[in-house]
Structure formats: C-alpha cells, structure tokens
Design a protein around this ligand. Structure first.
Ligand code: DOR
Ligand code: ZN
Length: 346
C-alpha cells in the first residue's frame, strides 16, 4: 500500500457556504483543500436571479482568506417563476455553472422550490439547448412516502419522466444515497451523473441511532441501510466517470441541530479528504481517488482539471481535526467518522 498519494487538486461539486458570519467561519475549511466548488443557492432568501448570484459571489470572494485562489462556481435556485432568459444570460456570461432543483419542502430552505415540475418546462428546455446542468435534490416530498423510499420514488415518478421528455437535459443527481440511484445513474448515459457525499460513504442509518439519537448524522437525503452504503462505496471507488465528489458539507449551528426539531446537514469540509483517502484505501482503490475527487466532476461540467496537486500522506499518528469550528454565533460540529484518520493532506 502506498503511503503517499499525489493527485490533482480536488473540487467540491456540492457545497453549502451560507452567508454572513457563518460563511466567514466555514469558507477557509473548503478553500484550504479545494480549488473550486459548486455553491448551493439555498440561502434565505434564495439565490434566484442572476443579480442575486453576482452579489453572493462578491460576498464569498470578500470572505476568502488572503491569497486564496479558491473559485466559487455559482448556481441559481429554480423556482416556478424563474426566467429562462435570465438563466441563459447568467450561463452565457460564465456567472453560473448550474441550476438547482429543490422540490418544495424537500429539505433546508426549500420552501421556494418547485411544486410541479411541468411548470418549469420552458426553463429546462432552454437549459438542455445550452447544455447547462440541472443539479437535482432527488426526493419526493409526499408525506405518505416513507422517508427511506423518497429517492427511489423520485427517480421513478419525477426524474425518469422528466428525462424522457427532455433527453438533452444534463442532470446531476445530487447526494445519491441508494443502490437504486446508483443503478439509475449507471444506466443513464452521458447526460446523467451523480455526486456522492463523504458522510454517506462512511455512515449508514444505524449510525444515526447508535446508543441514542445522533443529530450530527442527520442529513437529507437521510442515510439508508448498509447495503445501500456499500453500493455507494462501490460506485465512488470504481472510477466510473458518472460519479464524483459533492461533499454536501452543510453547516448548522449546534443549537439548531441539537434540538427537538433539528436541522438536516453534516459539516464535513475540514476532514473530507482524509475521510475519502480512508474509504478508498479500505476498498483497495486509492488509485481511483483522483478520478472521483478531481477528474470526473470537471469532465462532466466541461472544465479542465486543476493544474495544482495535493499530496496525501499516511502517517502512523492519526491526524487530529477540531471537533467543531467556532462561529460568531456558536460552534458547528465537524463530521465524526468514528475512526482514526491517518491520511494527512498537504
Ligand atoms: O442535509 C442537508 N442539508 N440536505 C440538504 O439538501 C440541504 C442541506 C442544508 O442546506 O443544510
Ligand atoms: Zn446540499
């Protein structure tokens, strides 16, 4: 087994940076390791119009540590009132790289999302014409559908009919959590890809309830049973170009998670690369870490891979990550993979 691994610098194809003090506190953890990230637009209010994305991008750039070359790749939040012309102009100018579909009510700050996908057909058709990817939170919101089945039902009842109607639409199924999602992406051709999160590779639903309820493992889509976790690990480590890293690092204040009605989201930006090296080594596929973290994502988005490299070094002493980051409003707990991490990043 190698003890050092040098790969092209990774990108994060699904990231929540928030705004204000939280943005300032969490951005350095991503900018330290990643060259670029697709920035989720689910602020309050959401990033809907091109002008919102311009302003948000400026706030991100202002919050970057001095000397950082990190590049935020902006997205717009799709609503039933979104304008195809506004979106096309934002894509044409290079301001945005994707549009995000949140089914209304599916997750954190998704109230302005889409209730009826057929009402955004004109926007989606224009996106297909110009090759602008749609990033999809793939869960149905019907409360009668069991929370563990919402991804599989979404594929069958929303995504497959949509892709049949608009086959030219480029789609990223975000944070796939099931073998159903993996199988669908594998059979989906060149216009379909998926991101996988760090935490869904390391935990399954048992972790959420181990010895009590563990709010810091609660995210959406919720972690599924172990057989699904194993399917995700196989997809991530296989080298298949349809799968790439989207951490879904989603910071919430501890008080908002450790609550009678806790928020969904796992904050994994600080230790993601050490976690991934750990997973890929366990699977005997360290040779495919670069494809997953650094090559497959840019290829799908039509961008060149990064020129810089990062080196991961396996040391006998575990690498220590702070258990939480401090923000002006309180701590945010960092993802705990519940195992010693030996891969240091430099
Ligand atoms: O767990 C999640 N947290 N899933 C999402 O889809 C949104 C995210 C957030 O914004 O906190
Ligand atoms: Zn997310």
């Amino acid at each position: 087994m190698p003890t050092t691994l040098t790969i092209k610098q990774p990108d994060d194809w699904h990231l929540h940076l928030r705004d204000g003090d939280m943005l300032k506190s969490v951005l350095p953890d991503t900018a330290r390791h990643f060259a670029r990230a697709i920035i989720m637009p689910n602020l309050v209010p959401p990033v809907v119009r091109a002008a919102d994305a311009v302003a948000y991008r400026e706030r991100i750039m202002a919050a970057l540590p001095a000397g950082s070359t990190f590049e935020p790749l902006m997205t717009l939040y799709l609503t039933e009132a979104s304008s195809a012309d506004d979106i096309a102009a934002a894509a044409d100018s290079g301001l945005i790289r994707a549009v995000k579909l949140y089914p209304a009510g599916a997750t954190t700050n998704s109230d302005s999302g889409v209730k009826d996908i057929t009402r955004v057909t004109d926007v989606l058709e224009r996106m297909a014409e110009i090759g602008l990817p749609l990033c999809v939170h793939g869960e149905v919101t019907d409360p009668d559908i069991d929370i563990f089945d919402r991804e599989a039902v979404f594929i069958e009842s929303v995504l497959e009919p949509l892709r049949s109607r608009i086959p030219g639409l480029r789609v990223v199924m975000e944070h796939v959590t099931t073998s159903d999602g993996v199988d669908y992406v594998k059979s989906g051709g060149d216009n379909l890809a998926a991101t996988l999160t760090t935490h869904h590779l390391m935990i399954n639903r048992n972790h959420i309830f181990k010895g009590g309820i563990r709010p810091h493992y609660f995210c959406l889509p919720i972690a599924k049973r172990q057989s699904h976790q194993l399917a995700l690990r196989e997809a991530a480590t296989s080298g298949d170009k349809s799968f790439f890293l989207g951490t879904d690092s989603a910071p919430h204040l501890d008080g908002a998670k450790e609550s009678a009605c806790g928020c969904a989201g796992v904050y994994n930006a600080p230790n993601t690369l050490s976690c991934l090296a750990h997973v890929f080594e366990e699977e005997g596929r360290l040779d495919n870490l670069e494809s997953f973290a650094s090559l497959n994502g840019p290829a799908f988005y039509g961008l060149a891979p990064n020129v810089n490299t990062v080196t991961l070094e396996k040391r006998s002493e575990p690498v220590e990550y702070a258990a939480s980051v401090q923000t002006a409003e309180g701590p945010v707990t960092v993802f705990d993979p519940e195992c010693a991490l030996h891969w240091h990043v430099s």
